[in-house]
Design a protein around this ligand. Structure first.
Ligand SMILES: O=C(O)c1ccc[n+]([C@@H]2O[C@H](COP(=O)([O-])O)[C@@H](O)[C@H]2O)c1
Ligand SMILES: Cc1cc2nc[nH]c2cc1C
Length: 355
């Protein structure tokens, strides 16, 4: 029921606060639209939150961690232990997200939803649904019930964070091997050919890349995921952390809290969320274009335009962290800039404006 109720609670953007935000932006001391996509973002934030002057203060990045049976096919350059070994580094602030998250002024929440070994490091939220997925090249990643449970973990975690005051939620992932299921999800839900959406992940060589494409192709043949059923795709060719992230998106959208998508893996979760509830896209903000092959196609499929082009492909929520100050910037502009009349500055000549 939690998933069903959450999906049912996700609404459209509110048009009135969007119109009010647009007219406020047009009244500010600048040529119309001169703050470009920051202005578009401010208008969308008004539609999401219902506040014509949206405010972002407390922010959180939720990192979901899980392991993948498909690593047995030799699809990653990294050993599986790195999934759990990175977790203390996240919490000590010395991993990529530790450093960039601090810069962005965000809290980090690290959730074990499916790591292969016990993770008893202090500070980790223990929500393991199972210890790693099955090998998608040979069978389903998990049962439908397990996929549902992992999605509901995400919904519950994000609800807790919103209750604690979060006004902006970012997504992060950790899971050696997880670019392979993400490619399978992208192919299944986006109708893309496996080679269009399969890339080098942790930087695998040409031979491994060819094997990854073959593994993604085989995962789709063996499991036959139903593209009309997001939960079926998630259970058959997805991952536990991807399922948890799907829940975070849906849970945030249901509470009208904007969600900052990170890279390739979190965008696969976003595709599942959009398959389950297309209106969830209203609440998604694309932080960056990952260096991973196929990410552009996935974002286009979702109708999202990334803010940053830094050729990053680390995951962990690092792109989401970098974009958070830009989301705050959009709010600051609409709240703190003066209008022509407030500043006593001569207004523009409307008959000469290109409208
Ligand atoms: O976020 C991205 O765009 C991204 C692209 C490639 C790799 N990653 C990270 O690298 C790991 C997966 O890579 P791989 O090669 O093991 O599938 C996983 O922990 C991800 O967080 C992340
Ligand atoms: C070291 C390392 C850190 C990561 N963070 C996210 N994915 C990762 C993969 C590796 C290999």
């Amino acid at each position: 029921m939690l998933l069903e109720n959450t999906i049912g609670a996700i609404g459209e953007l509110f048009p009135e606060p969007m119109a009010a935000a647009q007219s406020r932006l047009d009244s500010l001391i600048k040529p119309p639209g001169s703050l470009g996509r920051l202005e578009e973002l401010a208008v969308r934030l008004a539609g999401m939150t219902g506040n014509p002057r949206p405010v972002i203060n407390d922010r959180v990045i939720i990192i979901m961690a899980g392991d993948h049976g498909v690593v047995a096919e030799g699809v990653s350059a990294a050993p599986q232990e790195i999934t759990h070994q990175q977790i203390p580094a996240f919490l000590q602030g010395v991993a990529g997200i530790g450093v960039l998250g601090k810069l962005a002024g965000t809290r980090l929440v690290v959730v074990d939803v499916g790591v292969a070994v016990p993770v008893d490091y202090p500070g980790v939220l223990q929500r393991k649904v199972r210890a790693g997925t099955g090998n998608i090249a040979r069978g389903p990643a998990m049962t439908r019930e397990e996929a549902l449970q992992a999605v509901e973990v995400g919904i519950q975690v994000v609800r807790g964070e919103i209750d604690r005051g979060a006004t902006l939620v970012g997504l992060g992932d950790m899971g050696i091997g997880n670019t392979t299921p993400s490619s399978a999800i992208a192919a299944a839900l986006g109708g893309f050919a496996p080679e269009e959406v399969t890339g080098r992940g942790t930087l695998v060589n040409d031979e491994v890349l060819r094997r990854k494409v073959a593994v993604v192709t085989r995962a789709l043949e063996v499991n036959r995921p139903d593209p009309a059923d997001g939960l079926d795709v998630l259970a058959k060719v997805g991952g536990l952390e991807i399922a948890g992230l799907t829940g975070v998106i849906l849970g945030a959208a249901a509470r009208r809290v904007p969600v900052v998508i990170d890279g390739f893996i979190t965008t696969a979760a976003a595709m599942v969320a959009a398959a389950l509830q297309p209106r969830s896209r209203n609440f998604m903000i694309a932080s960056h274009l990952s260096g991973e092959q196929g990410h552009r196609l996935m974002l286009e499929h979702l109708g999202l335009v990334p803010m940053l082009h830094l050729n990053m492909r680390l995951g962990e929520g690092t792109g989401a962290a970098l974009a958070m100050p830009l989301v705050e910037a959009a709010c600051r502009v609409i709240n703190e800039m003066a209008s022509f009349s407030e500043a006593g500055i001569a207004d523009l000549e409307t008959d000469k404006l290109l409208r």
